[in-house]
Design a protein around this ligand. Structure first.
Ligand code: HEM
Length: 256
């Protein structure tokens, strides 16, 4: 298509985009459109997050701290407003969800491939989590996720950047970053990223409790305890652990 013919609608494929919301309920339930749009828009934001995470990994590898910070700021913003968009579902009357839920069959967010890609690209390698990936779908680990498992993760790129700077004593570095102050800000922005995931997971569990109830089985068959367990995941455990060491240095005591 010639550039002169290009319009907002053709450039963004708006008609195609707006034709993708297919309700399953029959007759169409008035609340189902909201449910579909929130999920679809979150998937679009996941796509941008994956794209930007790859760029952040590249910037970390190039010791380009300002490049990392500019991109991480947007990634953290996207995580925050993705959460706000999900929040709009908290207002859905619980009975409305029940009225169209049976039409969803076994469809569940647990099957979101991009969500798994994000977890893996961020650096989640928890043993139980990896085992869980194999049973997520009847066809095994989706190829896109397998590919991500073979890719350099954000956590790895961060650890290698710290190695290059000679950081071995994390508490010492946090107590006095010396000439590596900008890297300290990078580390804290990664903690912001981790924190936003914790918030996402907690809000999602709360949403599930509020709309479905704390003892209702999900469409993928899980109990709420499954989602609760995921709230303990951290992509940068080292950056959380060092706070314990700082507490000890400050005279605090650790519990078992
Ligand atoms: C009223 C709204 C929602 C309800 C009732 C709900 C319910 C659930 C339940 C029960 C699960 C556990 C798996 C299962 O047995 O089905 C789950 C997982 C999941 N949901 Fe939702 N959900 C809602 C909204 C959303 C939204 C807006 C998203 C955004 C994409 C989302 C993404 C996910 C993801 C990624 C998982 C897998 C989490 C993990 O395995 O760590 N959900 N959801």
């Amino acid at each position: 298509m010639a550039e002169d013919d290009l319009t907002y609608l053709t450039y963004l494929h708006v008609p195609e985009l707006l034709a993708l919301q297919h309700h399953r309920s029959d007759p169409p339930h008035p609340e189902e459109l909201h449910f579909i749009i929130v999920h679809q828009s979150l998937e679009l934001w996941f796509k941008l997050l994956l794209h930007d995470l790859e760029r952040i990994i590249g910037a970390l590898d190039a010791d380009d701290w300002s490049g990392v910070l500019v991109l991480l700021r947007r990634v953290n913003d996207v995580m925050a407003f993705g959460l706000d968009q999900m929040r709009s579902l908290h207002d859905m009357p619980p009975w409305s969800l029940q009225e169209f839920r049976s039409y969803l069959g076994t469809a569940s967010g647990i099957q979101s491939v991009q969500f798994r890609e994000l977890e893996v690209l961020s650096g989640l390698r928890d043993e139980q989590y990896l085992k869980g990936l194999e049973v997520l779908s009847d066809d095994g680990i989706p190829p896109a996720v397998t590919k991500r498992l073979g890719q350099r993760s954000l956590a790895e790129a961060h650890a290698h950047a710290a190695d290059r700077l000679g950081i071995t004593d994390w508490a010492g570095f946090y107590a006095d970053p010396g000439p590596n102050g900008v890297f300290y800000v990078v580390c804290e922005s990664l903690v912001d990223y981790d924190e936003r995931w914790i918030r996402w997971r907690n809000e999602h569990v709360t949403l599930v409790e509020r709309t479905l109830g704390p003892r209702t089985r999900g469409t993928a068959g899980t109990a709420i305890s499954y989602l609760q367990r995921t709230t303990r995941y951290r992509y940068f455990p080292q950056l959380w652990e060092l706070r314990n060491d700082l507490s000890v240095r400050g005279g605090g005591e650790l519990v078992e």
